[in-house]
Design a binder for this molecule. Structure first.
Ligand SMILES: C[S@@+](CC[C@H](N)C(=O)[O-])C[C@H]1O[C@@H](n2cnc3c(N)ncnc32)[C@H](O)[C@@H]1O
Length: 245
């Protein structure tokens, strides 16, 4: 079970540390204080994960069982790489027999068993490059992509929602029957059209908010389980809002 590190101090580092007032701007100091006092950050360091985001995927999996049985995984917006670390582990991926393909426009230090493409997922060639890199049919597509922040909240939301939508269409294009799709979205941000499309293509579509996703953040995850396949799609009723768990 993924233990909540809230209030924990398993790295041996004290929580509640302050950063001295000095050259840093107040907002940067607040960010740094929050970061070094975040128990998930400390636990990620202790357990060898590159980012606290690892616990979001692990917590979602604990409840919704999307990793077990995944043989090939595509990780969108992968850097610095904690989801790819988990993906490589659960698929027993190796450099000789890679089962994970990952993409990010930022650099990412290599992870054994992960074929990494440093490019923009929105580039027209990205889908084909990913299909080529995975070398088989993936049964899980995960996307933690978030658009770089501009400071204008609505613009940032729209850009991240666009990434979620493109990722969803990509998942429908590549997934094996029965496969799953998980993507970052925002509270109230998922367009009805996107929900309709996902409900037509997957057996279950829900919104999830893992404990490790900061409560003050509007971040949510959209989980679509049980891909119905590209053959013989059943027509469905127009979607209601996806349930939130
Ligand atoms: C929250 S981070 C991902 C953290 C990652 N899941 C982990 O566990 O380490 C979001 C990533 O999405 C990437 N990203 C955003 N837009 C992208 C795009 N259009 N193409 C590729 N990567 C993108 C960012 O560069 C960033 O590294």
């Amino acid at each position: 079970m993924t233990k909540s590190p809230i209030g924990g101090n398993r790295s041996g580092r004290k929580l509640g540390q302050k950063v001295k007032k000095g050259k840093l701007k107040a907002s940067s100091r607040r960010w740094l204080e929050r970061h070094i006092n975040d128990p998930y950050v400390q636990r990620a360091q202790l357990e060898g994960y590159r980012a606290r985001a690892a616990f979001k995927l692990l917590e979602i999996d604990e409840k919704h069982k999307i990793l077990a049985g995944a043989r090939r995984i595509i990780d969108l917006g992968a850097a610095p790489g904690s989801w790819s670390q988990i993906a490589a582990k659960v698929t027993n991926s190796t450099d000789a027999d890679p089962r994970v393909a990952a993409i990010d426009f930022l650099e990412m230090d290599p992870i054994p068993g992960v074929r990494f493409l440093q490019m923009d997922f929105l580039h027209p060639e990205a889908p084909d490059r990913l299909k080529e890199a995975i070398g088989g049919t993936p049964d899980l597509v995960i996307s933690d992509m978030a658009a770089p922040t501009t400071g204008h909240r609505q613009t940032d939301h729209l850009r991240t929602m666009h990434l979620c939508e493109v990722a969803a269409h990509f998942a429908v294009d590549v997934l094996a029957d029965g496969g799953h799709f998980l993507a970052k979205t925002f509270q109230g941000g998922t367009e009805r059209e996107l929900l309709n499309m996902l409900k037509q293509n997957f057996r279950q579509v829900i919104h999830v908010k893992p404990a490790s996703s900061r409560a003050e953040s509007v971040e949510m995850f959209l989980l679509a389980k049980g891909f119905k396949g590209r053959q013989g799609r059943e027509p469905t009723e127009p979607a209601e809002d996806a349930a939130t768990e």
